[in-house]
Every structure is written in C-alpha cells, then in structure tokens.
Design a protein around this ligand. Structure first.
Ligand code: GLP
Length: 249
C-alpha cells in the first residue's frame, strides 16, 4: 500500500483530485467507483474546478456509486443520489447514462443488488475506486462483521454509522436503518483503489488498515490483500501511525 500524509484536509483533497484527473486524462474510457460522505467533498470541489477550467472531456467516464440508503427518494437531501447530483453530476454535467447509483427505492431490492453487480461487470469492472472510511472501519456500508466475499447486498446500519451520518439528515431518527452497498468482494475487484481520510476520529481505522489483523471486525483491513491501493490521509488521521514512529510503507 502506498501512503501519502498531507498537512491538512485541503492538501489531501488536492492530491486525491490530481490522482483521479491523471487517470481520466490517461485513458479514453474509465469506470470510476465513487464514494459519498464528508471526506470526498473537498476532492470533488477540486475535480470540478479543474475539469471546468481546462474544459476536460468526460465522455469516456462512467461512474458507479458505492451505496445508497433504502427507502428514501433520490430527491431527499440525505440521499446519495441528491449528494451526487449536487456535488458531482450536476457541476460536471455527467449525462444520466454514464452514472449509476443503487436504487434504494426499487420494488425488489434483492434484484436491484444483483442487477447493480451485473451492470458493473457488463461495463468491464471498476478501474479506479475512491473510498472513504467510517470510524468503525466500514468501507462503502460494509459494517464490521460483514463477510469479505459479499458482492452488492443489503445491510443493516450500525448505530455508530447512523450517528455519523445524521449530519446529512438533521436527527439520527431520520437516518434510514438499511442500505444497499457494493460488497467488499465488489470493491476488491476494482483494479486500483484510493482511500482518503481526515481527522483524528479516523486515526484508529487508518491504524487498523496498516497494522491491524486482517479481520471482519475492521472491514477496511480487507484492503491489505489488494495489490494496488493508495491511501491519502491528513496528519490527524495518520496520528496513530506517526506515534508508532513506523513510517515504512
Ligand atoms: C458513509 C459512506 C461511506 C463513507 C463513510 C465515511 O457511511 N457510506 O462510503 O466512507 O460514510 O463518511 P465521512 O466521510 O462523512 O466521514
């Protein structure tokens, strides 16, 4: 795993955006796996700025989001559809047929999971996957205890995750209890992965990623077995690594 420690959130966002831009510019056709949450907001801002300023052609870019809540409309302000429209698809003008997010309002949710997984494969798989990480080490919405062999599936969200995401809903009671998420096996099939994290509340998850035992208790440790992972974190998220004085990644 490659590790880049930046001075702050802004620098983490810029480095991450630059990496994605390099990928877009170097390939005619690229399938990007995208994440939501507070962490990538700065990266998306940088990306939008650069694409607009330089008039970058995105006709070869197809995006697949990691996850979506079950039971809220795409227009709901807490939904990942809404988040993506506001922060990425709208500003970048990505046409509807080039972007995919699991449908949390589908009548048959299990079919939706199967179809989403199939769609990723039909498009040739994900070339570059952007990830954040939850405080409890979840990636996508794969909570602790999730089997690493799972593909896209339905999850029951933990209290910690619902608390962490209430910022997008107002109060925790309004955060849905279930979601559809790409599974860890789906994520690991991506050819390249970039994980970003900032803030001291992510330090334990980052520590586990590098030094923890490969275990379902910390879903992020699944990345230890992937051959092409880059991690960009700010000083705070790296604080437990730095304390170990063990920076030989
Ligand atoms: C959510 C998303 C994850 C994200 C995580 C961290 O649960 N499903 O993809 O990585 O939150 O969120 P934040 O970046 O807001 O800390």
């Amino acid at each position: 795993m490659n590790l880049i420690i930046t001075d702050n959130y802004e620098e983490m966002s810029q480095e991450g955006a630059k990496m994605i831009l390099r990928k877009i510019l170097s390939s005619k056709q690229i399938n990007l796996g995208l994440a939501t949450g507070s962490t990538p907001l700065g990266l998306y801002k940088e990306l939008v700025k650069y694409v607009r300023e330089n008039n970058i052609n995105l006709s070869g870019v197809v995006t697949f989001n990691l996850d979506e809540y079950i039971g809220i409309l795409p227009t709901h302000q807490g939904s990942f559809h809404y988040y993506m429209e506001k922060n990425v698809f709208g500003p970048l003008n990505i046409p509807e047929n080039q972007r995919f997010i699991p449908d949390g309002m589908a009548e048959n949710i299990l079919n939706e999971c199967r179809n989403y997984e199939k769609k990723i494969q039909q498009y040739g798989g994900i070339d570059f996957q952007l990830l954040g990480v939850g405080e409890n080490g979840h990636i996508g919405f794969n909570e602790p205890g999730t089997d690493f062999t799972k593909t896209t599936h339905v999850v029951e969200l933990t209290e910690t995750t619902r608390q962490a995401n209430k910022k997008f809903f107002g109060q925790v009671e309004d955060v849905p209890g279930k979601a559809i998420t790409m599974g860890i096996s789906t994520i690991l099939r991506a050819r390249e992965i970039l994980l970003i994290a900032n803030g001291v509340h992510k330090a334990e998850a980052i520590y586990q990623l590098f030094h923890g035992e490969y275990s379902k208790d910390w879903p992020v440790t699944a990345l230890q077995k992937h051959k092409n992972v880059c991690v960009i974190v700010d000083q705070e998220a790296a604080s437990l690594l730095i304390k170990q004085n063990n920076l030989c990644y």
